[in-house]
Design a protein around this ligand. Structure first.
Ligand SMILES: Cc1cc2nc3c(=O)[nH]c(=O)nc-3n(C[C@H](O)[C@H](O)[C@H](O)COP(=O)(O)OP(=O)(O)OC[C@H]3O[C@@H](n4cnc5c(N)ncnc54)[C@H](O)[C@@H]3O)c2cc1C
Length: 359
């Protein structure tokens, strides 16, 4: 019921400004961030590189509703590539298709992704297309598969919680597309995704084996030590060396694990965010940010919160609906502010529902 008004309101400038003024915005983004600006991120990535790890930059935000915002996002990715090249950083970029206008027009999105891929290819770099909610799975896969012949420098993400993931792994493997395997961060219905963690994990293991056997330099992206151990064991058993795949972790999470894996000889870029909140607003125009995928960080707690509560439906529908970021950030850093904001959005949504003519 509330979802549409909330999404609508999240795009309203007044509310964006309200939300942008709250520390929450920064706190949620900062759970995994390396800094506020591209400059900060560049410094963070340089530090990561100095420790011998690689990094990837990602512009935080998704579901842009207007073409100029999509074009701005694409420009920001291009800027990130320029900086990576200029500063000789070991880093690549992760993009979200809804940030490049997938909700507006597939042609627009494809054109912008293409522009990013062209520049990445010129600079001998790599673009990872993140996977979003299930409404976008097929279109994301199709777009990456279609562009991959021309741009082998693009890869995709597959989520083991979806029943369809093994088929996705098979098609990516057949096309030689690099896959990052994750469990999945969105709330999906039981007819599309395994509701039970044990099934998600079992699916992850099956996909991991298929990727190690037939994939192209897969990235196994999890903090789950049981699955990491299963990956190491399977690779050993199949004689697959640590140069043929990599682990990925979130920025600032389980740095101990990252360091241990690196000592054991594995490649372990980790994934996190840095955020440039340019105009104090929220959403595509609002969180103008970049996500860094690189090893470790010293601004954030090393361990996860002891207890995480499932977010309410209103929280899940909030602009911060990437579940893992929301859950962990909210609980660890700013639980009270998150609640305040979610309530404010819900209240405002109710007002719009009551007064539909006065947005
Ligand atoms: C590099 C990378 C890229 C990703 N890209 C995508 C993507 O494109 N699309 C997508 O849907 N999802 C993405 N995710 C998120 C992923 O889907 C999971 O939601 C997330 O990784 C948590 O699952 P887990 O595999 O670590 O296992 P879990 O079983 O959730 O966690 C294992 C252990 O790690 C701890 N842990 C996990 N996450 C965190 C955290 N954020 N903070 C603190 N502790 C944590 C848990 O407490 C637990 O002890 C990405 C994850 C990573 C690591």
């Amino acid at each position: 019921m509330l979802r549409a008004p909330i999404l609508y309101l999240s795009r309203r400038r007044g509310l964006q400004r309200f939300v942008g003024r709250q520390r929450l915005t920064a706190a949620v983004a900062y759970r995994f961030v390396a800094g506020d600006t591209l400059d900060d991120a560049v410094r963070a990535v340089a530090a990561i590189n100095a420790r011998g790890a690689t990094a990837s930059l990602d512009h935080l935000g998704e579901n842009v509703a207007e073409e100029p915002a999509a074009r701005t996002a694409a420009q920001d990715y291009l800027k990130a590539f320029e900086r990576i090249a200029a500063e000789r950083l070991q880093a690549n970029v992760s993009v979200k298709l809804t940030q490049l206008g997938l909700d507006i027009s597939e042609d627009l999105c494809r054109g912008l992704l293409r522009a990013v891929l062209v520049r990445a290819q010129q600079l001998d770099n790599f673009v990872r297309v993140d996977m979003e909610g299930s409404a976008y799975t097929q279109r994301t896969l199709d777009m990456v598969l279609a562009l991959h012949d021309e741009f082998p420098n693009c890869g995709v993400v597959l989520q083991s919680y979806l029943y369809r993931t093994e088929a996705g792994v098979a098609s990516a493997n057949a096309a030689g597309v690099r896959v990052r395997l994750v469990k999945g961060a969105y709330d999906e219905p039981a007819d599309l995704a395994y509701p039970k963690k044990s099934d998600v994990d079992a699916s992850f293991e099956r996909a991991m084996r298929a990727l190690l056997d037939q994939g192209t330099y897969p990235a196994i992206a999890t903090h789950d030590e049981r699955l990491i151990d299963a990956t190491k064991a399977y690779a050993r058993q199949r004689g697959i060396g640590p140069d043929r795949f990599e682990f990925q972790l979130l920025y600032g999470i389980r740095r101990d694990l990252q360091e241990r894996l690196v000592r054991e000889g594995y490649r372990v870029p980790t994934y996190g965010s840095f955020s440039e909140i340019s105009s104090g607003s929220v959403g595509a125009e609002a969180i103008d940010s970049i996500r860094a995928c690189g090893g470790g960080g010293n601004r954030w707690p090393k361990s996860p919160p002891k207890k995480t509560r499932k977010p309410s439906a209103a929280a899940r529908n909030s602009p911060f609906r990437q579940a893992s970021e929301y859950r962990y950030a909210r609980n660890q850093v700013n639980a009270r502010m998150a609640k305040t904001m979610t309530t404010a959005i819900a209240n405002a949504a109710r007002m719009v529902a009551v007064n539909p003519g006065r947005p």
